[in-house]
Write a protein that binds this ligand. Structure first.
Ligand code: ADP
Length: 392
């Protein structure tokens, strides 16, 4: 048997997993995914030989697999694989750690109950992140599980960066800016010096542009400001989330259009962003290939908002030394990077078009005052590291 750390990233309809071998310096051994938990379930794994295995999963009663069935399937698969994997700890991505969880924590049943109270703040993610922890508690109560948070990296931001201008009685309830994508930012901070000592020690904005999108201002590798706030719907427009919105719009939707809170939540989380503006797709690849005027408008707005937010983050840091692009769009969409760079040239970023087309990692010209970088993120490695650190 080979000792492993299992990393789980569970959503509403899928569970992604990664296997890290403990004895081999936390080597990634395989990654996989169960999709269609509540529709037609399938299992896909890319094993160490790079071989892709794909199977349809049929629950015995012909119903839905659900989170429970998916966890059982992953467990059976790992035990039966090759020499057999023995899980020594499970690290979970948990989107919200609230005010009190400022670093990864052993996810005891009491801790999970505490974290569940934050579910209303991240309804798309938190309940699904917690479901596998509870399932594993039932199946293997002795197995250590660790919750790793997307909010923790931002918890040491200056108080002023976390505050809303609301009465203290509301702020005291925990209504403050939390910021998300912290596992991604922490990973980038941990590897930044390998790319650029100046960026690692100085003032750097990291743009995590995926289906979810946000930006973080870091000074010396520590978060000082971010575009996301109380929930992960704030800041940049995203695949289906609207991003920054005048709170008056919400009042208008309710009072003048008669929408209920469920309808508003569906609108701002699932029907807006790139999808809402384009009416075509939430997928940047499709929008970049489309001739549709609304698809172009969606990309225009996305790029414009990134440039506006960059100005705000530069102000929070009192200047900028480097801009890093990461995640699906940031790592792959050279056209988006080029358009952002053309809007933020004022800050001193001189883009090298050839390097940008080639995907970097350095995408700024040698004499550029601000360094431009493309750095692949790896949230799962961060979870594995945090889990290992907590297990000693
Ligand atoms: P998630 O937030 O779900 O992890 P990802 O980081 O995988 O999302 O990013 C998904 C986004 O990245 C999608 O909008 C997708 O279209 C975009 N993307 C991925 N590859 C490319 C590419 N080659 N060109 C443009 N966009 C891309």
């Amino acid at each position: 048997m080979i000792d492993i750390i299992l990393v789980l990233n569970a959503g509403s309809s899928s569970i992604k997993f990664r296997v890290f071998e403990v004895g081999a310096g936390m080597k990634l051994a395989m990654r996989g995914q169960v999709d269609g938990l509540y529709t037609k379930a399938s299992f896909r794994v890319v094993d160490p030989q790079g071989e892709v295995t794909r199977t349809e999963l049929q629950p015995p009663d012909g119903g839905e697999l659900g989170h429970e069935g998916a966890i059982a399937h992953i467990g059976d698969f790992l035990r039966g694989h090759g020499e057999g994997y023995s899980v020594v700890a499970v690290g979970h991505r948990v989107v919200h750690g609230g005010q009190h969880f400022t670093s990864a924590v052993l996810a005891t049943p009491a801790v999970v109950d505490e974290l569940d109270k934050l579910s209303p703040l991240a309804p798309l993610h938190q309940p699904h992140n917690l479901a596998p922890i509870r399932i594993i508690h039932r199946r293997r109560p002795e197995l250590p599980q660790v919750a790793c948070f997307d909010t923790a990296f931002h918890r040491n931001q200056p108080e002023v960066a976390q505050a809303y201008a609301l009465p203290a009685s509301i702020t005291d309830l925990g209504v403050r800016r939390y910021g998300f994508h912290g596992l991604s930012y922490e990973y980038i901070a941990s590897v930044l010096a390998d790319y650029s000592p100046v960026a690692a020690a100085g003032r750097t904005v990291v743009a995590h542009l995926g289906n979810g999108a946000s930006m973080c201002a870091m000074v010396g590798g520590r978060s000082v400001a971010s575009t996301m706030g109380f929930t992960a719907v704030d800041g940049l427009p995203m695949g289906t989330r609207c991003g920054n919105l005048d709170p008056g719009v919400i009042l208008y939707l309710i009072d003048a259009l008669g929408m209920d809170t469920r309808g508003v939540a569906d609108l701002i989380y699932r029907q807006s962003g790139l999808l809402g503006v384009s009416g075509v797709s939430s997928d940047m690849r499709e929008l970049l290939h489309s001739d549709d005027a609304n698809a172009r408008a969606a990309v225009d707005l996305f790029v414009y908002r990134i440039a506006r937010e960059l100005g705000s983050l530069v102000a929070a840091m009192g200047g900028i030394d480097a801009l890093v692009f990461t995640a699906g769009i940031g790592e792959n969409a050279s056209a988006v990077r080029k358009r952002v760079a053309s809007l933020v040239g004022w800050c001193g970023l001189d883009l090298d078009d050839v390097a940008n087309e080639a995907g970097g990692p350095c995408i700024s010209k040698p004499g550029s005052r601000v360094g431009g970088w493309v750095i692949p993120t790896d949230e799962e490695s961060m979870i594995a590291r945090q889990t290992m650190a907590l297990m000693g």
